[in-house]
Design a protein around this ligand. Structure first.
Ligand code: NAP
Length: 246
């Protein structure tokens, strides 16, 4: 089979659960080869490995560590020789007002959300540049646009990802590579377990769609952004929040 007919190679960071797992599922369903990483495996990862052994790769890796990020990207290249799509999804939040935040929490959020994303994107974009094609999607957040009390550091990293998107789109655009952000609203994943029932109810009341987001709501937009037919769409932040910030 020629390379042109081979299924595309998709890298999704932090795909073991939550939104990342929804994105992995969507790409496996459309026949792509999918690589993901997280610090530990989950039952979903074990299932995909037995369901699609030729099209799924899991690498345990802590992306806050530049060496681990390299090990992950190297493993994908060793297995499939190229990367067509990168979805920077892995992220972490730490609640608390900035004035009370510990050094450790501050570093945890910045080291993964910002530095981890940069480590992986640096390596993958080099590969895409050499092949003159590719699509990158950064998962940011509406709080990077509107802010959220108690999530100052997290919001700062998410706004930084949108800046990364705009700058990198300019760097890579002439080489046929698109770079976009998706800014989700509040999703029903482990990350939103930090919000109490009152906060969740208030969010639902204020959301025109009348519900929290599901991973599949975002995964479908990821698919749209990385479709080669949408190669004129780059450098943008796409808000997918049920209308909450409209
Ligand atoms: P989640 O359920 O907590 O999942 C996070 C994923 O990232 C897991 O697979 C986790 O696995 C992995 N991860 C965490 N730390 C890692 C590290 N150091 N190295 C590698 N992987 C790591 O979160 P989620 O809600 O799905 O969030 C996914 C993305 O969407 C994040 O970027 C988040 O900021 C963004 N987002 C979420 C919401 C929301 O309401 N949930 C809203 C807007 C944006 P391990 O813990 O095993 O490493």
């Amino acid at each position: 089979m020629s390379e042109q007919n081979d299924p595309r190679v998709v890298v999704v960071t932090g795909g073991s659960r939550g939104l990342g797992a929804g994105i992995v599922r969507e790409f496996l369903d459309d026949g792509s080869r999918v690589a993901t990483c997280s610090r530990s495996a989950t039952p979903a990862v074990e299932e995909w490995a037995s369901e699609a052994p030729d099209r799924f790769l899991f690498v345990p890796a802590d992306l806050a560590d530049a060496d681990d990020a390299k090990r992950f990207v190297d493993a994908v290249i060793e297995r499939w020789g190229r990367i067509d799509v990168l979805v920077n999804n892995a992220g972490v939040a730490r609640d608390g007002i900035l004035g009370m935040m510990s050094d450790e929490d501050l570093d945890t959020v910045i080291d993964l959300n910002l530095k981890g994303t940069l480590y992986v994107t640096r390596l993958v974009s080099r590969r895409m540049l050499a092949r003159r094609s590719g699509a990158i999607v950064n998962i940011s957040s509406i709080v990077g646009i509107s802010g959220y009390r108690g999530l100052t550091v997290y919001s700062a990293t998410k706004a930084a990802l949108d800046g990364l998107t705009r700058a990198l789109a300019r760097e890579l655009g002439s080489r046929g590579i698109t770079v976009n952000s998706i800014a989700p609203g509040y999703l029903r994943t482990e990350m939103s377990h930090g919000l109490d029932e009152d906060q969740l109810q208030q969010i639902v009341r204020r959301t025109p769609a009348g519900r929290l987001g599901e991973p599949a709501d975002i995964a479908r937009v990821v698919q749209f952004l990385v479709d080669p037919r949408n190669s004129y769409l780059t450098g943008q932040v796409i808000v997918v929040d049920g209308g909450l910030t409209s």
